[in-house]
Design a protein around this ligand. Structure first.
Ligand SMILES: [Zn+2]
Length: 110
């Protein structure tokens, strides 16, 4: 019987606690990493701000919320706002059609 090979334990990758990315590209000014998300989980508030163009967004934060969640919420909100604007700008359809007047002779002469 040969020697038992020493069970080669993998020296697992030293998992450094890398802080999650909390800086993102701004939707409005397109600056890279200008958007910062701050999560205040105790207060249940998340704040997003672009330090270049000063865009702001606020949302709720839970213990599950990550910065990237707020960022995507912001994108959705900005998207929705743009669409709303488009709808608001749509020329109002001219629905002011004159009501049809019944031409029936209702004069009942006696
Ligand atoms: Zn910006």
């Amino acid at each position: 019987m040969g020697k038992r090979k020493k069970s080669s334990r993998k020296p697992g990758p030293s998992r450094q606690k890398v802080p999650l990315d909390t800086t993102f590209t701004c939707l409005f000014c397109n600056h890279d990493k200008s958007v910062t998300v701050r999560l205040d989980k105790k207060a249940g508030v998340a704040q997003l701000v672009c330090r270049v163009c000063d865009q702001r967004f606020q949302s709720k934060a839970t213990h599950l919320t990550e910065a990237v969640d707020i960022y995507s919420e912001w994108i959705d909100a900005a998207d929705a706002a743009q669409q709303e604007e488009r709808v608001a700008r749509r020329p109002t359809a001219s629905s002011s059609r004159p009501a049809p007047i019944p031409a029936s002779a209702e004069s009942d002469d006696e």
